[in-house]
Write a protein that binds this ligand. Sequence first.
Ligand code: PLP
Length: 404
Amino acid sequence: MLSRADFEARDAADPLASYRQRFALPENVTYLDGNSLGPLPRHVPDVVADVVQREWGIDLIRSWNDNGWWEMTQRVGERIARLIGAPTGSVVAGDTTTVALYKAVSAARRLRPDRHVILTDSGNFPTDLYVLSSVAEATGAALVTVPPEEVADRIGPDVAVLALTHVDYRTGRRHDMEALTTAAHAHGALVVWDLCHSAGAMPLDVANADLAVGCGYKYLNGGPGAPAFLYVHPDHQNAFVNPISGWWGHADPFAMEPHFRPAPGVRRVQVGTQPIIALAALEAALDAFDGVDMAALRHKSELLVSGFIQLVDERLSDFEVVTPRRAEDRGSHVTLAHEEATAVMAALVERGVIGDVRPPNLLRFGLAPLYQRHTDVWDAVEAIGGVMENKAWKRVATRHGPVT
Ligand SMILES: *Cc1c(COP(=O)(O)O)cnc(C)c1O
């Protein structure tokens, strides 16, 4: 049986322990929802205040040149590229994941015009499924959706694009990115990866993938609605046809030409003017990763997740662990099933242990290795045990806001 002392010892031996100080996490909160909204890095408010007061307030429109606003999408893209194993000049930040995914899958589909299937899995995030369906409709393709474990077998000569999310937002199940990318390429298909639940949580190597997208506000901690990112393999960049030809993707935007000429390279994935204040927050947030050894990050993530699962096995017999048991099959959150998931989570949030729920019966606990402590794992499982033992979940008022 594990004890709190075991988790204290893990914290004492944690090579990333000091990174927590880079975040402004409130006292008395055990925050296990960074897979949905990363916490505030401590220095972001000052950076954003400077962008607003000095750059916008005083330098005004000169800031596009003088304060580097114009290059910001590419500058932030370069920093994300380092976290996902992408080469220089292949990633831009901007738009939202939903929009970035539409652009990526649409462009991939056009690169394989003689094939008619867009393949995905049924566990994919709803917005991804909706977007894939829209692209299929717009480009005369068929969307084929199979269970996650059947993806590899379904890849064949009719598949134009394989579009998958690396880590399942519900269960934490992780696809084998390298194996599936290789299999798709062996059949002549292109692959688009959604890295929303893995970018910033583990080392990634997208260099062989064709395209990838991901989110700025989960493990990258860029703030609510932070810009997303889009990766295009260098070999595809000059063939990438953006479904929305906008002036930010033009070869010479300020020539104000009446006809669209795509920019060379990855800049052509852009559409229109981007939210500079939000980009500034994301750029500053990425400083929190400075100096991080990504292998150590993954090692810590595995220890956090395995510690959580072991404690649930030992102490919470009412809960089923939905997350895969093998470390290589999962991401950085743990999902438990319980029929009273909503009430149990509401009781936990009342006690300052913040995770979230996904219908119909799943409780999610994000274990972000950059700032989480091992004792947070212990405290969370203690709190779940307490809520069950004193039946606090039966008395809690479940709030009915629009967001779960
Ligand atoms: C969080 C998430 C999204 C969110 O898309 P937005 O456009 O930022 O709302 C999309 N896909 C996946 C897999 C996600 O986890």
